[in-house]
Design a protein around this ligand. Sequence first.
Ligand code: SOE
Length: 386
Amino acid sequence: MGKEISVGLIGHLFMGKAHSLGYKDVAMFFPDMELKPRMKMLVGLGEESVRKAAEQYGWESHGTDYKALIARDDIDLVDIATGNDTHREMALAAAAAGKHIFCEKPMAMNVAECKDMIAAVEKAGVKHCIDFNYRCVPAVALARKMIDDGLIGKIYHWRGVYLQDWIMDPKFPLVWRLIKEKAGSGPHGDLNAHLIDLARFLVGEITEVVGMMETFIKKRPLLGEAVGGLSATAQEEMGDVTVDDATLFLARFANGAVGSFEATRFAGGRRNGNRFEINGSEGSIAFNLERMNELEYYSRNDPAYAQGFRTIIVGESAHPYMGAWWPPGHIIGWQHTFVHQVYNLCNSIGRNQMPSPNFYDGLKCQQVLEAVEVSVENREWVKVEQ
Ligand code: SOE
């Protein structure tokens, strides 16, 4: 390894920190990668707080103006880890400057914005990638391999839930994730986006949906200060919650499978429960992010006396990504999904290939999200734009 790719990251808070960890650690565990990321510049809001973050995460320089980052000739890849309402504007500017782009999910506020972003990257001829990081959990990549190898046969069911509880306290303030103009939607765009991407990755394209949404707490105190991660302080004054608190929907897949999806921030006790189960003609697979080093597998072809789910500890060098880490059984964590994503991204750019997942996957996901919203509004099944 010799060659480098210079990175500029916009956003220094929760996701900015996660992406920084990816760039910082990747070459230590994947020394064979095509292009080693060089952490050139971090941009965020608030000079003092960005300065501290840049120092802490290991960035060479910092600033508060993303346009200055994009204008630099010595930056090849622009990473957008900011709020959903800024992705389109930043991606358009980065593409116009000829930069490759790595963008947080959901790709944008709506399908129209995704299409603008695709037109911009196509015109510029740059590479693009969306951070659906759960594809990079080794157990999820293993699930994909087992499905591709035919271990569960023809798929009948997808059952996905993404359960969180961090806003259950009605006094929790109106952070940007609860404001439609900033977030686009609530757990629908935040969490169902992950489930939709995983379902597309593991089962296939979704063709038709019917959904329901609910907002349980309609007014909350205005935001005092965002503290980092998902924490924040509140003011006295109240404001309207303008996104969903929970969204559920049913779906049909192009290959004949059927699916159910549920995303909520009101599942008390479930902190980050991204779970799915897939049932096929030969067996089943089940995953729970809160036990992310395990994959449950059932085979109908086991002898009758040995029938039942078994738990695969995804910690063998034969498992995706795991050969790069520790000896067998020495497990990894949530942050390592970002290391894997950065590894895939830098390799693809180095090999002049389009990264995966990319803006086309971001658009497909947004088309499903939007079809569910239309379905909720009209109380009917809606076909997903293909
Ligand atoms: C908050 O709901 C959040 O951080 C999401 O925005 C992430 O995409 C998910 O990975 C964990 O939860």
